[in-house]
Design a binder for this molecule. Sequence first.
Ligand SMILES: *Cc1c(COP(=O)(O)O)cnc(C)c1O
Length: 359
Amino acid sequence: MKVKQSMVGLVPYQPGKPIEEVKRELGLEEVVKLASNENPYGYSPKVRQVIQESLEDLAIYPDGYARELREKVSRKLGVKETELLFGNGSDEVILILCRSILSKGDNIVTATPTFPQYRHNAVIEGALVKEVPLVNGVHDLDRMLEAIDENTKIVFVCNPNNPTGTYVSEKEFLDFLKQVPEHLLVVSDEAYYEYVSTDDYPETIPLLKDYPNLMILRTFSKAYGLAALRVGYGVANEELIKAIDPGREPFNTNTLAQRAAVEALADQEFVQTCFEKNRTEMARFEKFCEEFGYDYYPSQANFILMDLKKPGGEVFQKLLAKGFITRNGEALGFPSSVRITLGTEEQNQRIINVLSKLE
Ligand SMILES: *Cc1c(COP(=O)(O)O)cnc(C)c1O
C-alpha cells in the first residue's frame, strides 16, 4: 500500500512533550509545560458549568453550522454570519483552505521560520512552498511580494509570528495587501491577536470589505484557554467562505467546544486579565535577557524566543531536568535559542532562576 507521492517523507506534527511522559521518564513530581503557548491561567470560570451541562448531550451530533457560536462571533466582530468558517482549531481552517485551493503545480508563499502547518498542508496537496527568510525576526513582505508568481495561490502572514513573536505593522500590512494580485488569497493568521499590545498592529476585520482576497484566522486555543477543545475560525468574504465550506467535515467542531467558546467569548474580563498578566510577565523575561546580555525578539504574543548562546537542545534538556518543558529552538530554525511560553508569575520566577544559573 502506497500513499500519494506528496506524503512521502512527511512526518507528523511534533508537539511539545506531554507532562505525564516527562514525569514518568525523569521521575519528577511536578512538571510545568511552557512549550505550546497554552494559557497558564486556564480558561474562564464560566466555561465549566456549560461543559457539565453539555455532558447530557454527548449522544447527539453537534450542530455542524455552529449556529450560536457563529451568531456570537459575528456580533462581536461586526461581520456577517456568512463570513465565518469554524474549524477544529484554526489548524483545521488551514487544512480546509489548502485542500480547497491548492493543486499540484500551485505554490504558496510564507515566511521562514514560521508556523509549520502552512507548509505541511500545502505539501500534502502537492503544492510548492516558497519560503522567504525573516529579517531580524520579522516578515520580509517586499521579498514575499517578489516571490509571488502566476502559480501562487496563497500567501500566509503569521502575525504575530510564531516562533518569534514579532509582528507586521498596520502600514506594512496595508502596503503589502495593496500590491498583492487580487486573484490570490492573503491569510493573516492572528492566533495571538488577544495578546497584542502595540498600537500599530493592523486591525484587519475592517479591511475585509475592500479586500475580498483576505482571510483572517483566530482561535480559542490561546488567550481563551480552550486548546483541548479545538475551536478556531476564519473570517473572509462570504463568496470565499461559501466556496471552501464543502471542504469542511460535517461536524468538525464539537458541542462542548462550541458551547465553551460561546461562554469564553462572553467573558472578556478574563481575556483582559490574561493580557495584562502576560505583559507583566513578558517584562520579567525581557529584563532577565537584558541583565544577562541575551538576545531576544520583542514579542507581541505569549511566548518569547531567547538566544541563550548555547545549543537549544542542551538548554532544553537542562530545563527538562528541572521540570520545565520548553521548545528547543533547533527544531524551530533558531539553533541557539529556546522558545518559552510565559507561565504564571511563580512558574516564570522559577524558570528564570534556573536560566540565570545556566552553565
Ligand atoms: C497555535 C497556533 C495556531 C493553531 O491554533 P488552533 O486553533 O489550536 O489549531 C494557529 N496559528 C498559529 C500561528 C499558532 O501559533
